[in-house]
Design a protein around this ligand. Sequence first.
Ligand SMILES: [Zn+2]
Ligand SMILES: [Zn+2]
Length: 324
Amino acid sequence: MAAAFLVALYEYSPLFYISVVFVCFLVTSGLVMGWFGWDVPVILRNSEETESNVKVSQKQMRQVKNPFSLEIKNLTTASATSGITLGLDCLEDCHLTCYWDCSVQRLHEALQAHARCLRLKTPQAFEDALCNEYLYRQQYHIKKTEKEEKHCQLPEEAQITDFGPVPRSRYPLVALLTLADEDNREIYDIIAMVSIIHVPDNSYRLSCRMLYQYLLLAQGQFHDLKQLFMSANSNASSLNSPPSGRTIEDDRVLLEDVRLAGDELETPEESSKDCVVCQNRPVNWVLLPCRHTCLCDECVKYFQQCPMCRQFVGESFPLSSQTQ
Ligand SMILES: [Zn+2]
Ligand SMILES: [Zn+2]
């Protein structure tokens, strides 16, 4: 049909035919190059003019200092019978309180109570909120800046080898870190950290892991600490897959691991975390919601999708604002 029309047109006037084809070509080129302002998503344009279209909104972040750091040292060998080794690296003197076999409902009620009025800044306040709904408690004093390892284990006389059938209404282990010094509680925004740890036993052999970490703020909020995903040459723990199904407040704010960000502030040239695109400048931007931290200050302008996982970037924020 179209071919017959074109042939008829050519026979009528070759010159008119050529001009029609040329106009069609110009209109098509215009559409593809975006001369009319319509966005053609398939074509990636790399000019200054389009940079503003690609720009992803920047999430406003507030940097807070986290005095607590807790990690599991014996991930592969930890169990209900042999216990668990926790590595601590805190900025201030702290109390580490471990609650074995702690009620899930009571713990979340305690967190809600913290948000309402009762501030869980001491082990005693936490314990009152738990209403004794745990099996066994251990407390340790942690000296500041000393990297300490504490081995927590249920006493043999408790004769616990199993936390019961799944699904469970109790967490195997809840580790609470609080500031030991009263004055420090006024200085820091973050006054406590609650770590919920799965410890394998006879009926649920899933390997030991950190399920959730909540940071409790002096003003009453509590935030779910999330990991950032960085390239393999950084800390291996950041490559763990994020736990899913978290159920705290909808407006969750992602709190970066401030210690990690702090290191980068001090020694950007020492970090080997190169941008995945230019391989040249240090990584500085966290993309949300995927939390891949893979782009430098320059390259972040050109990406609407994460170069690691192709997920669309809703928001992003810099780890260090010094270079901005
Ligand atoms: Zn780059
Ligand atoms: Zn990603």
